[in-house]
Ligand binder design. Sequence first.
Ligand code: GLU
Length: 441
Amino acid sequence: MTTTRFAPSPTGHIHIGNLRTALMNYLIARKAGGQFILRIDDTDPERSKEEYVDGIKRDLEWLGLHWDRVERQSERLDRYHAAADRLREMGRFYEAFETPTELDLKRKKQLNMGRPPVYDRAALALSEAERDSLRAERGAGVWRFKLDQQRIDWSDGILGEISIDAASVSDPVLIRGDGQVLYTLASVVDDTEMGITHVVRGSDHVTNTATQIQIIEALGGTVPAFAHHSLLTGPQGEALSKRLGTLSLKDLRAQGVVPMALLSLMARLGSSDPVELRTDMGALIEGFDLERFGSAPTKFDAEDLFPLTARYLAGLPLQAVADSIADAGVPDAQAAAFWSVTRENITTLGDLAGWWRLMSEGAEPQIDPDDADFVAEAMALLPEGPFDDSTWGAWTADVKQATGRKGRGLFMPLRKALTGQAQGPDMAALMPLLQVVRARG
Ligand code: GLU
């Protein structure tokens, strides 16, 4: 069965980059009628925080990316140690004692000589006695996986045919000196034992994939299908990494972006299919195709989320927004009329309150000096409220007759006087909702 996972480390909030990973894995599983696992990669006890686990779940729930099961790496440490023992027995695992400073020095020397900075495997040459004395002196070493120095090939779901020379990659450290199991090993054990069939992740993981393929093979597991999506950049192609903090889902949600806008954009951005607003998850799943994605960096502009949000909201029925309308202060009796007037004129639900304020308190009139006399004359003709559906038509007919103005020259100054803006709802529909007209003077 198609099984995918989203495997965040709970060291921060989900941002737009992780969302892409989560969404692609989710869509692959759902499209195939398979399983989607939320795996919490919490083997690092210092950096992992429960509040982030909760935050990740809240964000995924908000998005509607429901998981079938949660797994936590911190509860599976015995499995990772068992796998480590097997690698040790196979002679594919060795202890190394270099300090970070020594490794750094080695790297610098290699770079100076124009060589790739690959770990030189000096630890492999240590005798038992040398290891004992290093251990006595420095404490337990790190455990490295001994790569087979041949090419590692896979057919990547996005990048195409990939071939990496294992000799150009350092033997990865899988267990730290303090015994902490590192992601590379934990992930491989989980992917194998949980029957993960497809792994989609960022292209920063390509080298990891190469080493993980060898570890999976060493442990006798089945190598999943891998795909690496391109990195997201800002609208100008600039690196997004530093701004990702401000592109957390939490912040986008606070700005009023709706899940379907976010999902619709991210399910297509970077693919050859156009971005289309989808209003339900089924359509999003149906229209997703990993093969359409390309390897070029993907430009992301958070501003694109707002027109999509506006279009999504405009299509919602009253009951879907009733709470927000009530929160904006609109009495129930006027909710339906209010929504039909505002639905096409908001970007986010946060704009509702402004419209209600305009209707209930009156807008600061905008009157061009040239129109001042005209507006004053028109206001004198405006009937007392309450207004109804016919007020606008009847009033503007009277004003036309009295002043001789017509068309835009007639309507625009009146719109600006009543709403303080040059654009907005259909005036005939707006009039019955206006409680206060400040332009009356
Ligand atoms: N915890 C890893 C990360 O967040 C998971 C990578 C993977 O999908 O294997 O980068």
